[in-house]
Design a protein around this ligand. Structure first.
Ligand SMILES: NC(=O)c1ccc[n+]([C@@H]2O[C@H](COP(=O)([O-])OP(=O)(O)OC[C@H]3O[C@@H](n4cnc5c(N)ncnc54)[C@H](O)[C@@H]3O)[C@@H](O)[C@H]2O)c1
Length: 286
């Protein structure tokens, strides 16, 4: 397939481009406001402003599938206005879908967010409308789509493992699992002519409600029988696990085969394999 990726220079776009080029199964057309760093000059790139939409129809020409990524998101909430959010997240999505329609693209993977659940937050509101735009193009123009809803992307790093681990208890998902989810969504929409699917790109749920009983009084003691060695790791690395883990939504896994594998237990294994002085508690950049 010939795949158009909008927002290719961003966090997810760079990782996705690398994964898809590595697979060697598809031809890529990239677009963004700025060129992706280290862009391979054999890959077609279109520099354009999605808020205006000019140039999108040229970028979409002869493509079979759109992966639409750009958005102001959680980290921009303090600096970007409601207007900014609307122009990129809503107008930008509308123009991208219209350019797809005009070029006969019938398949789309859209990056939504778990913030969709915060319906009347500045960010979640725009993801609600984004998904509505997909539903509209599905109903009116036969667009087959998957809306991927990730939690916060969380990359493993030996420099700030504490932050990574705690995020895998609530609100975060390993960045590689998000990339797995997007690839699973691409495969699903490639194979399905009439998809209208939500895929929760979230971490695996590794705790049962019974196992979490007593967490508020003794989190480390509650964890220990589930992941032996956890209590020592919590103490040694000063992990703040005071907040009880939440259950991550998991829609769309059966349909797409998305099987996230990075969770608090795999984090502990990775942490315990580090030399003690490797696990530095630096200020986390995300
Ligand atoms: N980062 C997260 O933790 C997270 C969590 C859940 C969902 N998401 C969603 O995933 C998607 C990708 O997130 P990300 O972290 O890769 O974002 P990012 O901010 O790293 O990248 C966004 C890209 O969009 C491009 N862009 C911005 N304005 C543009 C414009 N006017 N025209 C064209 N391109 C423009 C930027 O140059 C950038 O390359 C977003 O839709 C976001 O809402 C992100």
């Amino acid at each position: 397939m010939r795949i158009l990726i909008t927002g290719a220079a961003g966090n997810l776009g760079r990782g996705l481009t690398d994964r898809l080029l590595g697979q060697g199964r598809h031809r890529l057309v990239l677009s963004d406001l700025v060129p992706p760093p280290g862009l391979d000059d054999t890959v077609e790139f279109h520099q354009l402003d999605l808020q205006i939409g000019a140039g999108l129809e040229t970028a979409a020409r002869d493509c079979d599938l759109l992966v639409h990524l750009p958005a102001w998101h959680g980290v921009h909430s303090g600096t970007k206005t409601e207007t900014d959010f609307w122009r990129l997240n809503v107008d930008g999505t509308f123009w991208a879908l219209q350019a797809a329609r005009a070029n006969g693209i019938r398949r789309c993977v859209f990056l939504s967010s778990q913030s969709w659940h915060g319906h009347y937050e500045k960010y979640g509101f725009t993801k609600r409308i984004g998904e509505e735009l997909l539903a509209y193009h599905h109903a009116r123009h036969g667009l087959s789509y998957v809306a991927v809803r990730p939690h916060d992307f969380t990359p493993w790093s030996e420099n700030w493992p504490q932050r990574y681990g705690v995020r895998l208890l609530h609100g975060g998902v390993d960045r590689d699992d998000v990339l797995d989810a997007v690839l699973a969504a691409i495969d699903h929409v490639q194979q399905t002519d009439d998809a209208e699917l939500v895929l929760d790109a979230t971490r695996p749920n590794v705790f049962t409600a019974d196992q979490l009983q007593g967490w508020e009084h003794d989190p480390a003691g509650t964890l220990e029988p589930i992941f032996p060695g956890a209590a020592e790791a919590v103490q040694r690395y000063r992990l703040d696990i005071s907040q009880r883990p939440t259950v991550a939504p998991d829609a769309g896994r059966a349909e797409t085969g998305y099987a996230p594998s990075r969770h608090f237990g795999s984090f502990l294994e990775r942490l315990m394999a580090l030399q003690p002085d490797e696990a530095r508690d630096l200020t986390c950049p995300y």
